[in-house]
Design a protein around this ligand. Structure first.
Ligand code: GLU
Length: 311
């Protein structure tokens, strides 16, 4: 087990090493996302006892993007049964880009809730479950799991994606064509884009990771925030599908459930041990933060976090 001193020391090393990586560029297909300092770099770890260790721009706020898919998946797992969810979305990795439309057209059901098609279908399920209160209710869950009083939406990023998100619009129309969403396409997309535009810091992500690492209990307390079964299901999907079409290599090298977002954030969960939040906006061709992936690899190696390691 890693004590706070070891975490402090390893985090310093990992932060310094990962800081040297300068490949990649901030995502620009959502125009507002490119209006960012590419050199920002924040790294936070929250251990099971709730101790927070941070480096760099750990308090810098950015939009959560696809890490919202984990939170929305948890929301749907908490209110609907497996069969109802399985009618709309599966749990298989795609091996395709996160915004791919090809497999959806062939298989007529999104592969998993960690890619755009699956998350849009999940968003529609949340609208059916909560009606007009869907935004309010889901953001309340987001806030609770992120350890905040409330969360705010970055309106500039939301508007930017709403204005330019034609690919997601195409995916949503195809879902509608297959009868996989019940509400009007624009309403479902508006909620999905709002979820993607929630502002967080690496500390928030680390805390969320720690809740998942503790199978639903708040770090450092016995307060139950999530049902253990929901956490098991969400972590299983993150493990196999969370890192876009890099998921296999990520399991091979890092061996931890994780989710990345195109703003440059990565949420990593080391079950029983800690949650990690990383933010660095330079992303690779698959849409994952270059420093985030590197930091994940180094942390797993140095703190011996790989779940399948016998060392
Ligand atoms: N809002 C982004 C989209 O739907 C999220 C993508 C991501 O972070 O992977 O395209």
């Amino acid at each position: 087990m890693s004590g706070p001193d070891e975490i402090e020391q390893v985090l310093t090393e990992v932060f310094d090493e990962a800081s040297r990586a300068t490949d990649g560029e901030p995502a620009s297909y959502i125009p507002e996302l490119s209006a960012v300092d590419p050199d920002l770099f924040g790294l936070s770890i929250c251990d099971a006892d709730g101790n927070m260790t941070r480096r760099g721009d750990a308090d810098h706020a950015f939009t959560i993007q696809s890490v919202s898919k984990v939170l929305s998946h948890l929301c749907v797992l908490a209110c609907l049964d497996d069969d109802t969810i399985a009618e709309r979305v599966g749990v298989e990795p795609t091996g395709e880009d996160y915004d791919s439309i090809i497999k959806l057209d062939h298989h007529k059901r999104p592969f998993n809730p960690m890619v755009n098609a699956g998350a849009i279908a999940v968003t529609d399920l949340l609208m059916s479950a909560h009606g007009e209160k869907a935004l309010e209710k889901t953001l309340a869950v987001y806030a609770r799991l992120l350890g905040r009083e409330n969360v705010e939406i970055d309106d500039a990023v939301f508007q930017s994606e709403q204005r330019t998100g034609e690919r997601n619009r195409a995916i949503a129309h195809l879902l509608k064509n297959f009868g996989l969403i019940d509400h009007p396409v624009e309403d479902v997309l508006a909620l999905y884009f709002k979820h993607c535009s929630v502002r967080v810091t690496t500390q928030d992500l680390a805390r969320l990771g720690a809740v998942l690492a503790r199978h639903g209990r708040a770090p450092g307390s016995d307060e139950v925030l999530l049902d253990t079964e929901c956490v098991r299901k969400a972590l299983s999907v993150m493990f196999s599908c969370g890192m876009y079409n890099y998921a296999g290599q990520w399991i091979y090298e890092v061996g931890l459930p994780a989710k990345s977002g195109v703003s440059g954030c990565v949420l990593i969960v080391a079950p029983g041990r800690m949650g990690v939040g990383v933010y660095s906006p330079r992303v690779d061709a698959r849409g994952s933060s270059v420093r985030g992936v590197l930091a994940g690899r180094l942390l797993s190696e140095r703190l011996n976090l790989h779940l399948l390691s016998g060392a």
